[in-house]
Design a protein around this ligand. Structure first.
Ligand code: ADP
Ligand code: MG
Length: 347
């Protein structure tokens, strides 16, 4: 075939050439971005607000596998997972900074693709890419993103603010990203063993949940419109159980989650069954859904009632009642924070 993509070695551009190439594609939109790429440091105007700063690192072979994660999606996801943390503070992300370690197996075109995804996420969420660092790696690709957001001090929501009897609410549905990963891992194994082309047909929703997640900016806007201020909030990167326990522990409380309330998409449910996995376990412990988990006062229930984007999955409880999952028969089980990694090793 004659359409093999062209390959330009990174060494042909050099570090400064690469940075210039990236910078030429960036147009700042945030008034708070005083200076972006091109000096020793970016300059940001806090505009009298509190700044919220967070970093997440993605390491090849640990957090992603380039044999099935397209670079553009990976770039998109690297930005989105950081923005999700800023939204989980009830703040608005405004800037990101991107540090990359690249091995020479990546041509310039691969870096372009990665940035295409990152800049698409920046456009979609209205944030500026204002700086970064670039170095070489002897092993694989490492992407470290720092996101900077802003909020009025009184608007910031911490993990520690939940009160006894507050309702525990989750956005969207759970377990999809984990089932998407199971499909990708299965098809990769089949390909490695037999050379058969991956069969991903019909799994669009859960594959997208895994490969190209979104941060729930819309939920932050929705809560503001509904005039509901969560008492505590966290984003779901490690799984509902683990995040609910974080809120409970940080707030000095116990928590109860009801199995029958867990929002699980029908396709996620069916795929879990096909893999002989318990859909409840996938929803509780499958990670990377990037939904928001928050607590609200009981008196706010009427404001959120019936909203299709929000599900009450349980409530906070007295510290002595620990962390519990209530099954459909009313039986109570200890809720454990297996988190993402432990879950993978176990299965
Ligand atoms: P220094 O050597 O002073 O750290 P660099 O040469 O690393 O400076 O960076 C020059 C400019 O380019 C800085 O503004 C920096 O933030 C930006 N930059 C470097 N690497 C990246 C990258 N991967 N993505 C975005 N901006 C970058
Ligand atoms: Mg530098």
């Amino acid at each position: 075939m004659s359409d093999t993509p062209s390959r330009t070695e990174l060494s042909a551009l050099g570090e400064f050439g690469l940075i210039e190439r990236l910078a030429s594609r960036i147009h700042l939109v945030q008034p708070s971005s005083v200076k972006g790429i091109g000096d020793d440091a970016a300059v940001i105007d806090p505009q009298g607000l509190h700044q919220v700063v967070t970093t997440d690192m993605l390491v090849e072979g640990v957090h992603f596998d380039l044999s099935y994660a397209p670079l553009k999606h990976l770039g998109y996801k690297a930005i989105v997972v950081n923005l999700s943390d800023v939204y989980a503070m009830n703040a608005t992300p405004r800037q990101v900074i991107v540090a990359l370690a690249l091995s020479n197996r990546f041509p310039v075109e691969a870096v372009d693709e990665l940035y295409e995804g990152m800049l698409l996420a920046c456009r979609n969420y209205g944030v500026d890419l204002v700086g970064g660092d670039t170095c070489s790696s002897r092993s694989g690709l490492i992407i470290a993103v720092t996101a900077i957001g802003a909020a009025r001090p009184e608007d910031i929501v911490y993990r520690s603010g939940a009160k006894d009897n507050d309702l525990l609410v989750v956005s969207g549905d759970l377990g999809g990203a984990f089932m998407g990963l199971q499909i990708l891992e299965r098809e990769k194994a089949v390909y490695t063993e037999t050379g058969a082309q991956p069969d991903l047909a019909g799994h669009d929703y859960i594959l997208e949940r895994q490969l190209k997640p979104e941060a729930r900016k819309d939920i932050i806007t929705l809560l503001e419109q509904m005039e509901v201020k969560p008492t505590a909030m966290i984003d779901i990167s490690d799984g509902l159980a683990s995040e609910a326990i974080h809120i409970a522990r940080n707030s000095g409380l116990g928590v109860r989650i009801y199995d029958e309330k867990l929002p699980i998409d029908p396709h996620t449910y069916q795929t879990a069954r096909d893999f002989n996995l318990d859909p409840t376990t996938c929803a509780l412990n499958g990670g990377e859904d990037y939904e928001l988990l928050f607590t609200i006062a009981q008196s706010d229930y009427d404001k959120i009632k019936g909203n299709p984007n929000l599900t009450v999955v349980g409530h906070m409880a007295d510290k002595n009642s620990s962390y519990r999952l209530v099954d459909r028969q009313g039986g109570e089980h200890e809720l454990t924070a297996q988190g993402w990694d432990a879950f993978l090793k176990r299965s």
